[in-house]
Design a binder for this molecule. Structure first.
Ligand SMILES: [Zn+2]
Length: 273
């Protein structure tokens, strides 16, 4: 029984709290680390065996832990040697540490400094008061709707150029326009969306008669034109010098073309002309 059989009972009253309690407490944990160390050392080629030579294994484990601690300390020392220890060296000025100083200062009623040194400002490792792209305020001096920007032109894009007060006016005008448009859109009655029924008309497919309203007079003219065109194609010499083309294709033109068209697989096509 590894788990606690009575987990709801007060731990102080519990007589038996499962095998896991013994497996994770006391010297069992130490023994576990010792065993793991001997396995790993054996895997790496050391002549060490937990059961065959337990004293040797324990001694080696002790040496290993001491060496491990020493290396940890060495690493810390190396890092401090290379990068310096900000915690120990160069104590910050007293006015920063305690908020008070022995220097003489005079203030006016509003709390401004009249005489004496100004307030000490802590130095930052980051660049400060760097104005890029003609801006007169730093990035982050403006905040609106969860976005950061420049205070001078209220722009929210970091690498933007300063547009000054003109930019602010333009932005305000566009916001006003957007509001007006939204208000107008809301005031319009919402028409139900009509689902357009699509008729897939392709070449050669049959179309219903209701859709096709052919003017018989126009169709006759179109047929005549089609004939003329054919004749012209056969004899180019009859074509006049100035040719005007009419690109407009009407429904009647289409019908005339289809009527005159010779189908390749028409068995009677040779008898048409
Ligand atoms: Zn700006």
């Amino acid at each position: 029984m590894r788990e606690d059989p009575l987990p709801d009972v007060d731990p102080n009253d519990g007589f038996y709290r499962g095998d896991n309690q013994n497996r994770t407490s006391g010297q069992a944990q130490e023994f576990k680390w010792l065993t793991i160390h001997s396995w790993e050392a054996y895997a790496k080629g050391q002549d060490i065996h937990m059961q065959a030579a337990p004293s040797q294994a324990e001694l080696l484990y002790k040496e290993f832990t001491i060496e491990k601690e020493r290396l940890k300390g060495q690493l810390k020392k190396d890092i401090i040697e290379k990068y310096g220890n900000a915690a120990s060296e160069d104590k910050p000025p007293m006015e920063l540490l305690l908020g008070q100083t022995g220097k003489q200062m005079e203030y006016d009623r509003a709390g401004r400094v009249i005489r004496g040194q100004g307030k000490a400002v802590p130095k930052s490792k980051y660049e400060e008061d760097v104005f890029i792209n003609n801006h007169t305020s730093a990035w982050g001096s403006w905040w609106k709707d969860g976005k950061w920007g420049y205070k001078c032109c209220k722009q929210m894009i970091w690498n933007s150029y300063c547009t000054g007060s003109a930019g602010i006016e333009a932005a305000e005008a566009s916001v006003e326009l957007m509001k007006a448009n939204l208000a107008r859109k809301d005031s319009l009655p919402t028409a139900p969306v009509v689902q357009e029924e699509k008729t897939l008309a392709m070449w050669g497919t049959e179309t219903s008669n209701e859709e096709l309203n052919l003017d018989p007079k126009l169709l006759k003219e179109a047929l005549k034109r089609q004939d003329e065109k054919k004749r012209e194609e056969r004899d180019e010499r009859k074509r006049k010098y100035n040719v005007t083309w009419n690109d407009q294709v009407t429904v009647e033109d289409m019908e005339a073309y289809r009527m005159k068209k010779v189908h390749f697989d028409d068995p009677m096509k040779d008898f048409l002309h």
